[in-house]
Design a protein around this ligand. Structure first.
Ligand code: NDP
Length: 315
């Protein structure tokens, strides 16, 4: 069987992957990018993006991704539908399987598979997606100025998102399932002392309601061992902050990840410990998780890939 070989394989089609494709395309290394399950990545699930530089009037998430894809194609990147279903990074060139069908080998690899926000698993989260349900306060908080929102979670992210939202919204409820916060002490203090935030301990959200968008949340409050109280809380926005899952499972056998699964790179570079394999965007970023930071790291990964090929005489 004739196996296709490429100089640079980019896995994932969020801002990191597309930016890596723009840079590596312009560097003439003919990158091939596989889009994965969700072409365009997490941003395609948001509506308006107002904080990506260069769009003074804002842009929708899907439009931004379409623009990045076209820009990459303009420089010769080949963007393909398909999911990498298997990876072997034991020796170069590295081998991959696409859609469990076809094999491809690559001299350099840019892993930009992103992270997936965790949801509670309620039907209503899907029903109101983009209509009041969000997993990113920095992305969508602006739309809730002077409104009432709830944030679910008790970790650092939930506290950070609650504090961020409290600067915009008139009221933030933090829904915590345990009788305590898991966040760091300083974040707990800031959250508990914030005048706009009310922490509701031992509360679980079990559903949402509203006619054209979220108008409230159905809550269950635990009262001791066997008792509970059910009530509805009017809100305009429902934010999930119960963690993210980096999409790194395919590569864990060869590449170091932290305890959550984020790929660990060398210092501030996108280099993994496997030569010629780089990680960019949310799959390697537990801290910032922004489109623009992902794009920046995609650029770094492409520059590294080009240098690697050049040093190895593979150009
Ligand atoms: P965490 O895993 O730390 O916290 C998740 C929170 O969500 C927990 O309170 C958990 O509750 C709650 N949760 C999980 N599943 C459910 C559910 N089904 N229903 C209700 N609540 C649920 O994730 P984070 O994203 O907050 O943080 C990830 C890592 O990143 C941490 O190490 C954190 O410290 C770090 N981080 C650091 C920041 C900083 O330093 N500024 C900012 C943001 C993150 P329970 O406690 O009951 O399990």
């Amino acid at each position: 069987m004739n196996i296709e070989h490429v100089k640079c394989l980019i896995i994932g089609s969020g801002p990191a992957g597309y930016t890596a494709a723009i840079y590596s395309g312009r560097a003439n290394i003919a990158p091939v990018l596989y889009e994965g399950l969700e072409p365009g990545g997490q941003l395609t699930t948001t509506t308006e993006v107002e904080n990506f530089p260069g769009y003074p009037e804002g842009v929708t998430g899907p439009q931004l991704m379409e623009d990045l894809r076209k820009q990459a194609e303009r420089f010769g990147a080949e963007i393909r539908r398909g999911l990498i279903t298997h990876a072997d990074l034991s020796k170069a060139p590295y081998t991959f399987r696409v859609d469990n069908e076809k094999d491809i080998t690559a001299d350099t690899v840019i892993i930009s598979t992103g992270a997936t926000a965790k949801y509670l698993g309620l039907e209503d989260e899907k029903k109101y997606a983009g209509l009041g349900v969000s997993a990113c306060a920095t992305c969508d908080g602006f739309f809730y100025r002077k409104k009432v929102v709830a944030v679910v979670g008790g970790g650092d992210t939930a506290c950070e998102e609650a504090i961020y939202l409290a600067g915009l919204a008139s009221k933030v409820y933090l829904l915590v399932r345990k009788p305590y916060l898991r966040a760091s002490k300083i974040m707990q203090e800031r959250t508990l002392n914030h005048p706009n935030i009310t922490v509701l301990f031992e509360h679980n959200a079990v559903g949402l309601f509203g006619t054209d968008g979220v108008e409230g949340v159905h809550l269950v409050k635990r009262l001791g061992e066997a008792d509970e109280e059910r009530y509805d809380l009017p809100i305009d926005g429902f934010f999930l902050a119960i963690g993210h899952k980096p999409n790194s499972d395919l590569f864990k056998e060869w590449i170091k990840t932290d305890e959550v699964g984020y790929i660990m790179t060398e210092g501030k570079s996108p280099r993994t410990q496997v030569p010629g394999v780089f990680a960019a965007g949310d799959v390697a970023d537990p801290h910032y998780r922004q489109a623009v930071t992902a794009a920046g790291s995609g650029c770094q990964a492409a520059i590294e890939a080009e240098r690697f090929l050049s040093e190895k005489g593979l150009l």
